[in-house]
Design a protein. Sequence first.
Length: 109
Amino acid sequence: MPCSKQNLCEDGDICLSTLNVLDGEMAAIDGEFYQVRSYGVAYPVQINATAPFAILTHLDAGEVMTILAGANAAGFEKQLDKHFPSKNVFYVLRVDGTFDYVKTRGVPW
């Protein structure tokens, strides 16, 4: 049975998921849910939207890192690698900043 956005809101404030019928990807931050469409635009998820699968958690800011400004994607990843001991474990990471460009993607319907 698919879970609904309304149910998901109770289980966490950050997630990655999909929506029914692979209608893009679903992402949540600070309890706000977004549908990221295949062409890269994010829309608020409707309250009646359902997901066949979702992983949620409550973000616990246990460690704060400062990343050197001006890093490209490879430089950013290299700086992050210093803080995470294993590449075989899932980590939840929140990044706050000002970006010239953010690339998103989703599965096309």
